[in-house]
Unconditional design. Structure first.
Length: 626
């Protein structure tokens, strides 16, 4: 029992031969870092001490059966229960991998099915050596990545190994059987073949929403496994560009390792999609579009789009002015390089490392902390901040909501936007600041993630849901240029899920038209349309390193913007005036926010932020406040 009478778990750490006590001291130092590790989905480390020279951890006791016990006693998990397990555990891994501290043991014995969602309990400092093939049982080996079998003693298993173990646990949860058998020789031989060694019926048992991600994570090549961030984004249906890279990568090409993204909020929720009562489903099949050489001029047989009317009344800036001030970003270990006359500014964000939400203060040169685990978006007129909760998936919440906060008076209120199994993501303000558009998903097992859109009105404090039904899509909704219609990138033909186009809908959900040119997977959460409403951007089809600019009236391609030289896609975030784009590009351990022109030339580096601290789709760039 702890000092307050609550149960705790004591675990002694094996640090091997340690005559001078240095290994024990390192273990205690690393355990202190574990105490600061985001705790969503992971049993917390409460303390670490020595007993007769031996280090030990004091961790939170998680009430509930281990996955192994649950499956042995009641049989495999199915449907919604299995999805909750998948999302909750990959959320925990996403948060933990971003922290970079210690290691996690992932097996059916280390996953506890608590009332509030699945929790991982195998947290250990790096100093405590991981088990190797000589010390693991046949069953334990069957949930370990193949590279672990040949790793030298004392080596540290990486995040890719955790993803293999996670996928093996999902197969076990769905079938009640270790996926690679139970005999040591058999397991060792089959592990090297990865998903190919798993019985097709066992892979199919995880269901269509998980089968493709699980198969990808069971790749025998660590470099070809998607990260926890990427799997989580896939399940959430927010941004599939990273995952599509893994799926559509030609054989023999080098993998792009990227730790950016979600962390679901790095820590603890990492966006907290901790599967409480909601199961999130894959938005599109796990086979990405084929990468073709980009055409310089599109062919078009579809009808042209109608004229985009008026957009913002603010003048569009065509010149990027030099930065004149630096604004510190709390919890981001970075500063913004700004000019007060910039057409847009960072208005708020959800910090990946601490789960804290920040909004720009009234003075404009600082950020104020507000409610944790909310995604903030500021209205174009600067009067409102709308916030969507990412903690709602922790369980016990039957209805979702949008929180509106008046930036003048501080008044706040919540507008309910639907009951289970419906939830909302990706808020976008209308240009007139009158309404917020959100993408809603139906979490019923077997459905696609994005199922329609919601329009929330702070004036009437009401929300209207517009269901569209099933259909493969790879983007959230945004407003059209005139604010009278909504748009998303989707696959119009379910039989050809890799052929994507922009699709316009009426405010009642009726399809109106499609872009004449095939597009790549969109990566922007907010508004694709320029301040004048005459252009929009999208990722070019067949050219993942480029951004294409289109005429909003005709759909004609106006420009191909080279947007990055690395293997990772430089993702467009927002318009910076009429002839410049804000993109985020991986640069080593950082995500660099750059303003580029249509020739791809960098006109200003807005910020260099450590990738483990930033969730790019939760950064709100809004028109500069009046």
């Amino acid at each position: 029992m702890g000092p307050d009478g609550t149960p705790v778990v004591i675990t002694f750490l094996d640090v091997g031969d340690d005559p001078d006590g240095s290994a024990a001291r390192r273990a205690l130092d690393e355990a202190e870092a574990l105490r600061r590790t985001p705790s969503a989905g992971v049993a917390r480390v409460l303390d670490a001490r020595l007993h007769e020279g031996r280090p030990y951890l004091v961790t939170e006791h998680v009430e509930g059966p281990a996955l192994a016990r649950r499956v042995a006693g009641e049989g495999p998990l199915r449907g919604d229960e299995l999805y909750r397990l998948a999302v909750g555990t990959v959320t925990a891994l996403s948060a933990f991998h971003r922290s970079g501290s210690g290691r996690l043991r992932v097996s059916p014995e280390d996953i506890v099915l608590a009332d509030g969602g699945a929790r991982l309990t195998g947290l250990r400092p790096f100093t405590a050596p991981a088990a190797d093939a000589a010390t693991m049982s046949a069953v334990s080996i069957g949930f370990s990545a193949p590279e672990r079998l040949h790793a030298p003693a004392g080596s540290r298993p990486g995040p890719a190994s955790d993803m293999f173990s996670w996928a093996a646990c999902m197969v076990y949860a769905a079938t009640g059987r270790p996926p690679f058998g139970t005999q040591a020789a058999e397991v060792a031989a089959r592990l090297g073949a990865g998903a190919d060694a798993v019985a097709p019926a066992d892979l199919a048992a995880v269901g269509p929403g998980l089968q493709q991600v699980v198969s990808a994570c069971l790749s025998p090549d660590p470099g070809r496994r998607p990260t926890a961030d990427e799997v989580l984004l896939r399940l959430v249906g927010q941004d599939t560009s990273q995952v599509i890279r893994h799926i559509g990568r030609p054989e023999g090409t080098a993998p792009a390792r990227s730790w950016r993204r979600v962390g679901l909020v790095a820590g603890a929720v990492a966006l907290a999609l901790v599967a409480g009562g909601v199961a999130l489903v894959v938005a599109a099949p796990w086979d990405g579009p084929e990468r073709r050489a980009a055409a310089t001029r599109p062919g078009s047989t579809a009808p042209a789009t109608p004229a985009a009317s008026a957009a913002s009344s603010a003048p569009a800036a065509d010149v990027v002015l030099p930065a004149t001030r630096k604004v510190k970003l709390p919890d981001m270990d970075a500063v913004l390089n700004e000019n007060p006359d910039d057409p847009i500014q960072l208005a708020g964000y959800l910090a990946a490392a601490t789960e804290a939400t920040y909004v720009r203060g009234a003075g404009g040169d600082s950020f104020d902390k507000t409610d944790d685990l909310y995604q903030p978006v500021r209205s174009p007129d600067g009067r409102w901040t709308a916030m969507v909760s990412w903690a709602k998936f922790g369980g016990g919440v039957d209805t979702d909501h949008v929180r509106f906060v008046s930036r003048e008076s501080g008044e706040q209120f919540d507008v309910e936007v639907g009951g289970k199994p419906v939830g909302v993501v990706a808020p976008v303000w209308s240009r007139d600041s009158g309404q917020v558009l959100l993408t809603f998903y139906d979490s019923t097992p077997g459905t696609s993630a994005a199922q329609g859109f919601v329009v929330a009105d702070p004036a009437t404090r009401t929300a209207r849901e517009v269901p569209l039904g099933k259909g493969p899509d790879v983007s959230s909704f945004t407003w059209s240029a005139d604010g009278k219609e909504v748009v998303r990138v989707a696959a119009p033909d379910p039989e050809r899920p890799s052929v994507l186009r922009a699709i316009w809908y009426s405010d009642t959900g009726r399809e109106l038209r499609r872009s004449p040119e095939e597009l790549g997977p969109t990566v922007s959460r907010g508004n694709w349309f320029s301040p004048s409403g005459t252009k929009y951007f999208a990722v070019c089809s067949g050219a993942p390193k480029n951004v294409c600019v289109y005429d909003a009236r005709t759909g004609e391609r106006l420009a191909v913007v080279p947007s990055g030289t690395s293997e990772d896609v430089a993702k467009p975030q927002a318009w910076f005036g009429e002839r410049h784009l804000l993109v985020v590009t991986p640069r080593g351990a950082n995500s660099r926010y750059e303003v580029i022109d249509f020739d791809g030339e960098v006109r200003r580096v807005l910020a260099d932020i450590p990738t483990k601290r930033v969730l790019d789709f939760l950064m709100d760039f809004a028109p500069a406040a009046p």
